[in-house]
Design a protein around this ligand. Structure first.
Ligand code: NAD
Length: 249
């Protein structure tokens, strides 16, 4: 399977390694706004504009760049191939969500998003019609929020839509939960800056018509303090599920 990659940062760098180690996958292009990130790749796979993508004939394009990048590239990518996106917080913008749905429908292409740094998305989605309350509490070291608090501080309480706008680089989990649950306006989010939390920790509290579930995940951040180490693994796992056409959890 031929894969194009937009964004060769923390997650993208991990994916490059995994793709290159797998003889059934081929990295057919890389695109990054920072020339430093692509300087070690052979010239024939570096592209400088998404308009060069077509010639590489990717079966799948992965976005591991930024929320802005989804809006920037979705139309071009989805006009010919499938798109796997990491920066799902972009879909807090209702207009973008509708536009992308329309692109997939009219072009017969697909949009994929991994569960990323959260889990239990399968049960959340299965219970979608019966959900009553969904809350996500995210705790990170102050650096992960771009802050310098010396003690535990609640930095945000509100809806997932508001959270995605206030913390666009941090809030993909809230977006993934919203898209698979009761939506951006009903999902409640609490963000905590905690110097003693010892990693990125996310607690999902769900109440549905027949009971409830609580999920608590903790992972060390990557060299990007905003990004949990598990997100890149989840993205590669989804690449393999797409390649194999089998989706067994
Ligand atoms: N879904 C999840 O659970 C989850 C978890 C962690 C991170 N993320 C998101 O994944 C994305 C990548 O995370 P990361 O930690 O690898 O970030 P990073 O900052 O380490 O790397 C991003 C790379 O993308 C490049 N880039 C940014 N905007 C671009 C654009 N418009 N076009 C081309 N290249 C562009 C940057 O130059 C950089 O090299 C972020 O948006 C992050 O919020 C999602």
């Amino acid at each position: 399977m031929k894969i194009g990659l937009i964004g060769v940062g923390t997650i993208g760098g991990f994916l490059v390694k995994r793709i290159q180690e797998d003889s059934s996958l081929e990295l057919c292009f890389v695109l990054d706004i920072d020339p430093e990130k692509v300087k070690d790749f052979s010239e024939d796979i570096v592209i400088n504009s998404i308009s060069e993508m077509g010639a590489k004939k990717p079966d799948l394009v992965i976005e591991a760049a930024s929320q802005q990048a989804i809006g920037q590239y979705a139309e071009h990518v989805l006009s010919t191939t499938n798109f796997l996106v990491l920066s799902v917080g972009a879909f807090a913008d209702k207009g973008l969500e509708e536009k992308v749905k329309g692109l997939c429908k009219s072009n017969g292409t697909k949009l994929f998003a991994p569960s990323g740094a959260i889990a239990a998305i399968d049960l959340l989605k299965a219970m979608q019609s019966e959900l009553e309350e969904v809350e996500i509490v995210s705790r990170k070291n102050p650096k992960g929020w771009g802050r310098e608090d010396s003690e535990k501080t609640i930095i945000f309480e509100g809806t997932a839509r508001e959270a995605c706008k206030a913390y666009p680089k941090n809030i993909n989990i809230s977006a993934t939960v919203s898209l698979n649950g009761i939506g951006f306006d009903k999902t409640t989010v609490k963000l905590v800056s905690d110097p003693d939390c010892g990693g990125n920790r996310h607690t999902l509290n769900v109440k549905h018509a027949f009971g409830n579930f609580v999920l608590d995940v903790k992972a060390q951040p990557t060299k990007n303090p905003k990004t949990s180490s598990t997100a890149a693994y989840s993205a590669f796992d989804l690449v393999k599920k797409i390649q194999n056409g089998i989706n067994i959890f």
